[in-house]
Design a protein around this ligand. Structure first.
Ligand SMILES: [Zn+2]
Ligand SMILES: [Zn+2]
Length: 295
């Protein structure tokens, strides 16, 4: 019963506070000590959205998410006015949906489903995942394996949506072009519950000139996929050059992208009502980064 009450409290909060459109901006905050402390960590920095890991992302298995912790997380969300659509959990880096190794893929699926279930239990509806690395064999087979794993999770957990994150594309890592993202989506049956997260540092690494062309990059994304397929963004400046195929985040305005592109992103109407997450390395700058982007 308690769960039902919490959900309706969130729904009410939602309709009170978010009947208008806004940009949900905030950092990827820590869940240390207790996951229910994370909304306050975002709130005290002035954030209007945030990201979390649903468990320690370095280990394959963690103790189950306690009911009481999930309830206090949802209570904290409601108390601080965070809509579920302003929060984007990031799945752990151990998961490789494209792996050719059957054993590793089985473990990945178990972990992915565990994290998707935790997401739902926290009152959230979308989880962010990297499409994975195919390691050997053909890229097409890798894309097929990734799509199959997304379907397995979506079949088993009807409440979840999956945001596939674009990558900088080093080695056999999938997802560095819109064509590859499109191929993954095409391979999925549950197309209505798959969308994308665009990470600006990854775009830049993959050869998209975010510094000079962010407007046309987003326009092109929306013309290929439609407005409702952008489930979130990761707003990161980059330490490494255009087309480096490397992934090194920098604070907003301190990297090779520069702050203008980020101001452009948060000036657009089509980036409203989705999480816009800072994964920038210097926590002491988060508050001022949020202030800059909320303007
Ligand atoms: Zn990521
Ligand atoms: Zn990154």
């Amino acid at each position: 019963m308690e769960n039902v009450d919490v959900f309706s409290a969130i729904d009410n909060k939602d309709s009170q506070n978010y009947s208008f459109s806004m940009h949900f901006i905030g950092p990827h905050v820590s869940i240390r000590e207790n996951i229910s402390l994370s909304p306050e960590r975002a709130h005290e920095l002035g954030a209007t959205g945030f990201a979390i890991f649903t468990k320690n992302q370095r280990i394959w298995s963690a103790p189950p998410l306690k009911d009481e912790d999930a309830v206090s997380f949802r209570n904290e969300m409601a108390r601080l006015g965070f809509s579920p659509s302003s929060v984007l959990p990031h799945a752990g880096y151990l998961i490789n949906p494209a792996s050719p190794d059957e054993e590793l893929r089985k473990k990945s699926l178990e972990l992915f489903e565990d994290e998707a279930s935790r997401t739902v239990k926290l009152g959230l509806n979308t989880i962010n995942i990297h499409p994975g690395a195919y390691k050997e064999g053909s890229k097409e087979d890798g894309i097929r394996r990734t799509a199959a794993m997304l379907d397995a999770v979506l079949d088993d957990i009807p409440e979840i949506r999956i945001a596939v994150e674009n990558t900088a594309g080093s080695g056999t890592i999938l997802g560095s072009t819109f064509e590859e993202l499109e191929a993954i989506l095409s391979g999925v049956r549950n197309k209505d519950r798959v969308g994308f997260t665009l990470d600006t540092a990854h775009l830049f690494g993959a050869g998209f000139d975010v510094k000079n062309d962010i407007t046309s990059i987003l326009d092109r994304f929306f013309s290929i996929f439609g407005k409702d397929k952008l489930y979130g963004m990761h707003l990161n400046d980059s330490k490494v050059p255009l087309s480096s195929h490397k992934d090194r985040h920098e604070s907003i305005g301190h990297g090779l992208i520069g702050k203008e592109a980020f101001i452009e992103i948060v000036s657009r109407g089509d980036t409203e009502n989705i999480p816009l997450i800072l994964e920038t390395p210097d926590e002491s700058r988060w508050e001022s980064e949020i202030r800059l982007l909320k303007m």
